[in-house]
Ligand binder design. Sequence first.
Ligand SMILES: NC(=O)c1ccc[n+]([C@@H]2O[C@H](COP(=O)([O-])OP(=O)(O)OC[C@H]3O[C@@H](n4cnc5c(N)ncnc54)[C@H](O)[C@@H]3O)[C@@H](O)[C@H]2O)c1
Length: 327
Amino acid sequence: MILVTGGAGYIGSHMVKALLKEGRDVVVLDNLSTGYRELVGGGTFVEGDINDASTLDEIFTRFPIQVVMHFAAFSQVGESSENPLKYHQNNIGGTITLLTRMLRHNVLRFVFSSSAAVYGSPPTQPIGELSPRAPTSPYGFTKMCMEQILSDCALAHGLRHCSLRYFNAAGADESATIGERHDPETHLIPLILKVAAGKRDAITIFGTDYPTPDGTCIRDYVHVSDLADAHLRVLEGLERDDLPTVFNVGTNVGFSVREVIDSVERVTARPIQRILGVRRPGDPPELVADATLLAETLGWQPCYRDLDDIVATAWAWERRSDHMKSS
Ligand SMILES: NC(=O)c1ccc[n+]([C@@H]2O[C@H](COP(=O)([O-])OP(=O)(O)OC[C@H]3O[C@@H](n4cnc5c(N)ncnc54)[C@H](O)[C@@H]3O)[C@@H](O)[C@H]2O)c1
């Protein structure tokens, strides 16, 4: 049985769906701080907090949990600079509580949602797992810190763990019944889609003078279902044998902000109003994964390689969730 923390969130809900499809038994723990109960498509749902030791003890006593997949965290980079302790408390403090209770109940397998934010602004692209970690935000620091804590727990307690450093998760399940729903939304694709849907007037491009071919930032967009598939392979790997403790999850291909806007215009057949803004502090010009290790170790390849296909799934979700709200 698998415990998925944060399973009512964007990526966690896709993970739950993928696990259920594989016939796995799932318990979801989520405090619904940024998640939605209706995104959880099955399994046993527990509304509760990873900071609450008694809830965790109850879960580990009641259910034969063998693996924890840990998605629960706060993840807004900008907010983490304004309110770092909120991030330290939840992402580090909460995860330590979770690990402590796991170890107490002899649960020794852990899959962790890390982030490309651990790399900060690396000078060379694509970024391999051995690139130095130099986070530029408290959010990135919390992820780096947890990776280290997991290594310490492996040495001291025999914890078998794997951290997946996601690049930009994007898109929605092909059924369009679950998808990205952050409030406030800070991710580029859903923001542009809101312009296409007439819910926002324009998209601001933060910085047009970066040292990139069209002057705008380049990111690596990995489809959320491909991300879930990477986790399934890691889960099987952890159950089978020893794995590397860190994998990048990305597509090895980057798209600029202008290219993403162009893609949304193609997919939605609607014009997107653009506002040319100044750079935001801390935004690296380019973040593209070298995900060779994941491909070579576990045979993972993204199914979604075409940006328009990724955007199309997000657009289907945007239109459907719009319909659900107005009905
Ligand atoms: N979205 C991305 O592109 C991206 C990139 C890199 C890493 N990540 C990481 O992936 C994970 C999931 O991200 P997401 O985009 O799905 O975010 P999300 O906000 O949609 O999901 C997080 C979920 O965790 C829950 N949660 C938060 N704190 C909790 C707590 N103390 N107890 C119980 N539940 C709690 C929230 O209610 C929410 O359902 C996070 O750890 C995030 O840092 C995301």
